[in-house]
Design a protein around this ligand. Structure first.
Ligand code: 4AD
Ligand code: MG
Length: 505
């Protein structure tokens, strides 16, 4: 039986199979926390119930040993599920060698090297399950809305999102690229099927390690015939709200493991997202325009002051506790508890000090931002900190956007693009817009971006044969997982992350 399927009042004997994540002994009893991939279950192996032979085997079980346990479910209010397993029989499947990932803190690189094992940790388990729920909710939404999932190729001759991040491959002795985006094919498929979405891996050679960039990530790209950018923004909002609503309903247990407070999501699913133009965004960023009485620069300066006093307080707290540790004698348990607390405080201190270091840079960059530039990660953070909800920034300078963006006829310096910026410092999660339908303008852009015209002839055909207004967007799956789980770094959002400098395991 799977742990997740055990009902609270289960009667009779059951057998569960899984791995030992934790064990402790007390006189004649082994307490084992078993995980089977679907959940966690406390199991009681009492020498009086399982016999001496089984008991001796139980004492030798190491972390991650695989076992089969037979017993009955008994009530225990202290357990998260309200029950535990009273075991009668133990069958050892395989004794694990020294398992490298223990309860102590491990370094980031060490964990990344052991990703194939790290995935078994409870936090990673929870993240992967949220990821799964997000994927399912995305399909659910689009299928209910009448979209057809249509797949774009992975090998392509087209650079969709700039030539600097292309991965080139040897395709039967000719160059081909790993796709950066399914969009161009999505446009062709929308002309055939009206409303489509692609859902596949995309690749970008991002030659730097950031917490937001992967070299291989999954993108969801809807594309709709007869849509303008306003309709596109309506869809982005409705889509994200539907996905978030389903995910918070389905992932309660996972968010508990991740200690993710979901109050904000409850607001997000009920309120319209603010929409601001790029020009307004820049005014706000530079502190030239307030948002509900909040000024970007003043807010940052206040936050910095607050941080500094928090840092002083924590430092004093640490010193005091370290003094107690150094001068007083106490029981081992209490000592460990105190030491743990000090470690936690030091960790918190480090985070605060990092933020305190960033804020002066953010202030500088916000004040000196030049109209016409693209928003950087820190600009997005400064901007979104003034809003509670995700915001949509639209009408961008055409130079910072891709070649296919629809130019605004009334303000030709602008393109009808939109970025959705998530709150809590997560920044751009969705990028999209209306597509250029004017063939001459497109040709001009293709030349301007120094793209090979022959590779785009098929794309121009979409403008030659029954061209219609159309729009779409791309959601970065891992960015949404990171934000929803409130994980600092995107590398924990995908089972086997690929980023600059890492291709194993
Ligand atoms: O803004 P981007 O580059 O837009 C496109 O690719 C369009 N073709 C989408 C469309 O209109 N159909 O990328 C879209 C999203 C970003 O907002 C971000 O969430 C994610 O893809 N993304 C990345 N995620 C992880 N690692 C990277 N290196 C990413 N680059 C983009
Ligand atoms: Mg973008």
């Amino acid at each position: 039986m799977y742990i997740s399927e055990i009902p609270k009042n289960k009667e009779g004997e059951i057998t569960v199979k899984g791995w030992v994540t934790n064990s402790r002994s007390s006189k004649g009893i082994e307490f084992i926390v078993l995980r089977d991939g679907t959940g966690y279950l406390q199991c009681i192996l009492d020498i009086n119930n399982i016999g001496e032979n089984n008991y001796n085997q139980a004492k030798k079980l190491t972390q991650e040993s695989s076992i089969e346990l037979t017993g009955t479910i008994v009530e225990n209010e202290k357990q998260a599920e309200g029950f535990e397993l009273q075991v009668y029989r133990l069958n050892v499947i395989s004794i694990s060698e020294d398992y490298p990932i223990t309860n102590k803190a491990h370094g980031v690189e060490f964990l990344a090297d052991n990703r194939h094992l790290w995935l078994r940790s409870k936090r990673q388990w929870a993240i992967m399950r949220v990821r799964n729920n997000i994927i399912f909710a995305i399909h659910n939404f689009f299928q209910k809305e009448g979209f057809v999932q249509a797949d774009a190729p992975i090998f392509t001759a087209n650079a969709a999102e700039g030539t600097s991040t292309l991965f080139e491959t040897n395709y039967y002795d000719s160059p081909a690229y790993l796709t950066q985006s399914g969009q161009l094919y999505g446009e062709a498929m929308a002309m055939a099927l009206s409303k489509i979405y692609t859902f596949g891996p995309t690749f970008r050679a991002e030659k730097s390690k950031t917490r937001r960039h992967l070299s291989e990530f999954w993108m969801i790209e809807p594309e709709m015939a007869f849509y303008n950018n306003d309709m596109n923004m309506d869809l982005i909002e409705k889509f994200l709200q539907a996905v978030i609503k389903e995910v918070i309903e389905k992932s309660k247990k996972e968010f508990e493991v991740l200690e993710r407070d979901t109050t904000l999501f409850e607001k997000i699913i009920k309120n319209d997202f603010p929409r601001i133009t790029y020009n307004e965004a820049v005014d706000i960023l530079k502190g030239e325009k307030d948002v509900n009485g909040k000024n970007s620069i003043k807010t940052l300066e206040n936050d910095l002051q607050e941080l500094i006093s928090k840092i002083e307080n924590i430092k004093a707290d640490i010193t005091e506790r370290e003094n107690v540790l150094a001068t007083q004698s106490m029981k081992k348990g209490k000592r460990n508890f105190l030491k743990n607390k000090v470690d936690k405080l030091k960790n918190e201190l480090k985070g605060l000090e990092d933020s305190a270091q960033h804020i002066p840079q953010w202030i500088e960059s916000a004040k000196n931002f030049k109209y016409g530039n693209d928003l950087g990660g820190s600009d997005e953070t400064v901007l979104t900190r003034l809003f509670e909800l995700p915001i949509m920034v639209y009408n961008w300078p055409h130079e910072v956007k891709a070649f296919y963006m629809k130019r605004d006829i009334d303000s030709p310096e602008l393109a009808k693009g939109v970025d959705l910026l998530a709150p809590e410092g997560y920044g751009e999660v969705v990028g999209g817009g209306e597509r250029e339908t004017n063939k001459e303008l497109l040709i001009e852009k293709i030349n301007e971006h120094k793209l090979p015209m022959e590779a785009f002839e098929w794309y121009l055909d979409l403008r030659r044969f029954g061209s219609v207004p159309h729009a779409g967007f791309g959601l970065g799956l891992e960015r949404l997982v990171a934000w929803m789980c409130k994980i600092k770094h995107i590398r924990e959002t995908i089972p086997f992350p690929r980023y600059y400098g890492r291709v194993t395991p």
